[in-house]
Design a protein around this ligand. Structure first.
Ligand SMILES: [Zn+2]
Length: 232
């Protein structure tokens, strides 16, 4: 691989996508970060994405507005309470209400469109099949199917140019492994944001699934989370 190849990196400003961006850079890609203002209940996420993109030195950071509140159906896009203080087993079973219907399909489709315009053959997405086994669009089968779709859907695919690759460097990693990798790449995790339901002052709640998985990951990695929490 040439070290000047472009890659689109989906960036939410969370721990996983930030680590994914750092990995793409460490592999020599020129990175183009893509975030979405999809009507998520809090805008802290987008501020984090902007700070991360700047800190890690992406060539461009694009924020596309796709208001998924018009569809709703998730605790992140409708007035549905975010579950709190669930145990590890409960988190791992079933599809939680924080699942946003078809979100990764929508985001990858827009990432594919941008990649085609940029002439990029690589898209990075920080999906993880271990901690979020309940999300159907985080499974390897979904990613493989999307790669096949990309070959059929794009001009590059028709013209026989190299096939678009979807990179999922975190897919088989534990949260602790993701954090250790990120720390070894010099990520400042205080710039990231993971909470599904931050309190009014912007602090992470410390009780939602995302906060609990993040805190458990830091504990297992033997590191401390630099984020301030409302409760612990
Ligand atoms: Zn939280």
């Amino acid at each position: 691989m040439s070290d000047r190849e472009k890659a689109v990196v989906l960036l939410s400003g969370g721990l996983d996508s930030t680590t994914t961006l750092a990995i793409a850079r460490s592999q020599g890609f020129r990175t183009f970060a893509l975030s979405f203002n999809y009507g998520q209940q809090h805008s802290i996420e987008l501020a984090s994405a902007a700070n991360v993109a700047k800190s890690l030195g992406t060539e461009q950071h694009l924020i596309i507005a796709v208001d998924l509140r018009a569809i709703g159906g998730s605790a992140l896009t409708a007035q549905i309470p975010v579950p709190k203080e669930r145990g590890a087993e409960e988190i791992a079973s079933g599809i939680p209400v924080t699942y946003v219907p078809a979100r990764n399909t929508i985001f990858l489709s827009l990432g594919l469109a941008w990649a085609e315009v940029l002439g990029a053959q690589d898209i990075f997405i920080g999906v993880n099949a271990l901690d979020y086994s309940g999300y159907p669009d985080c499974r390897p089968e979904f990613i493989e199917a999307f790669e096949r779709l990309a070959g059929l859907a794009t001009k590059a695919g028709v013209e026989g140019l190299p096939r678009l690759r979807i990179h999922t460097p975190l897919i088989a990693m534990t949260k602790a492994e993701i954090i250790r990798t990120g720390l070894s790449l010099g990520i400042d995790y205080s710039l990231t944001h993971s909470c599904y339901d931050p309190v009014a002052e912007g602090f992470a709640c410390g009780k939602c699934d995302s906060c609990l998985l993040r805190l458990k990951g830091f504990a297992e990695a033997g590191a401390s989370d630099p984020l301030p929490y409302a409760t612990h």
